[in-house]
Design a protein around this ligand. Structure first.
Ligand code: ADP
Ligand code: GN1
Ligand code: MG
Length: 357
């Protein structure tokens, strides 16, 4: 079999050698190209970074290494049990390699693990939410202000809404007529911006993961317990309601984020209860009453905001999220708005679950 020259080059640079080299895609991330690189029976995860999304890859690596260092200290003290995702240096002690018209980094491969795109049951939801809670607690005494804002205003709904309005005004690829209903719905929900503004000064700004998707968690193949929280690229100061809301968004629906089976897109209340239980348990003693109450807003905001971001990217001509077919971003937006509508419909039940913790 002929070796892929990119794989061989990366393998040599990251010290795996140049014998029996193979490289194959893993996972379903929307931003970077993630590959498993194997040579001489050793494996690394290598990622071609999306430099449109992360224009300063060296800052991305710097942030991640600060977090790695902090978590490693916690681990040594016995205060953080999960595996830590670590960057691997090249033979020349660099962390970034230019290759194939892009910038690559390597991460230690966490073997014996798997990720999920849809949560299978309440136990899995509670385990994953608990792990994200442990991660939040471990970062509590980390000075997140040291982190470079790799994507400024990442969860700033007001700014996201302005971007939507600007792309609507331009309609660069003439797609507006094909999504007018979604646009109208989206614009009708922007009262959420003011609801969020009211939280300023009321809930604390904390180090956050900011992308607590279920597939940013690795589970152990054997015990099915949590193995590692991954994808630390968007760790920045934020509100815990963002991390909570993103878990609800990605854990609670029985359908994948891009499923077009909208009749089945809904919040599974029992999974919601498991997320609440799993996440809040490690935060006890730290979380304030106002923060707990803000989780309802987080549930609405995160689901709505990702729908809005998919819709914005669709109208813009698919420049941000990786897509697999023409209407992919529109379908994702429709899916997230269906989930958001179900969240609104189940307001009483979900709020009651939240007030029980
Ligand atoms: P993206 O930013 O594109 O979402 P991720 O860092 O989340 O990229 O990686 C995408 C997928 O690759 C994950 O969902 C997971 O399945 C797999 N993965 C990433 N890093 C590792 C690792 N260190 N060990 C094992 N699997 C990994
Ligand atoms: C992206 O990188 P990934 O696939 O874990 C995105 C998140 C979105 C998510 C939607 C840096 O996450 O903000 O919520 O897609 N990450 C970035 O699935 O924009
Ligand atoms: Mg990811």
């Amino acid at each position: 079999m002929k070796s892929n020259p990119v794989a061989v080059y990366l393998s040599e640079r990251f010290g795996l050698g140049n014998e029996l080299v193979s490289m194959k895609p893993i996972g379903n991330g929307h931003i970077n190209s993630t590959m498993l690189l194997t040579a001489e029976n050793k494996s690394l995860v290598v990622q071609k970074l999306n430099t449109e999304v992360f224009p300063e890859p060296e800052m991305l690596v710097k942030n991640a290494r600060l977090i790695e260092g902090h978590l490693s200290q916690k681990h040594q003290l016995g205060d953080y049990d999960l595996d830590i995702i670590r960057h691997v240096p090249t033979q020349a002690s660099d962390f970034l390699v230019d290759c194939d018209n892009g910038v690559w980094r390597a991460l230690e491969f966490i073997g014996g693990s798997y990720s999920e795109d849809v949560v299978a049951n309440t136990s899995q939801a509670e385990i994953a939410a608990n792990a994200f809670g442990q991660f939040a607690v471990a970062l509590e005494d980390f000075d997140a202000e040291q982190l470079h804002h790799v994507i400024p205003d990442f969860h700033n709904l007001a700014m996201r809404a302005e971007k939507l309005k600007s792309v609507i005004a331009r309609d660069p690829v003439n797609r507006l007529t094909s999504c007018q209903a979604e646009v109208d719905f989206c614009l009708s929900q922007l009262g959420l911006v003011d609801e969020l503004k009211k939280l300023r000064g009321v809930v604390p700004v904390r180090p956050c993961h900011n992308d607590t998707k279920i597939n940013n968690m690795l589970f152990c193949n054997k015990s099915h317990t949590a193995k590692a929280v991954i994808d630390l690229d968007t760790c920045m100061p934020g509100y815990w309601l963002y991390d909570f809301g993103d878990m609800v968004r990605t854990f609670c629906s029985p359908e994948e984020e891009d499923s077009t089976n909208l009749d089945n897109v809904r919040v599974r209340e029992e999974i919601f209860a498991a997320v609440v239980k799993g996440y809040v348990e490690p935060l006890k003693g730290l979380i304030t009453e106002q923060e707990k109450q803000s989780f309802w807003l987080g549930t609405k905001v995160m689901t709505f905001m990702i729908g809005l971001r998919f819709l914005t990217d669709y109208i813009d001509g698919d420049n941000y999220f990786a897509i697999k077919h023409e209407n992919h971003n529109l379908e994702r937006a429709q899916n997230q708005f269906a989930l958001y509508r179900d969240i609104l419909a189940k307001k009483q039940t979900l709020k009651a679950i939240l007030s029980d913790v």
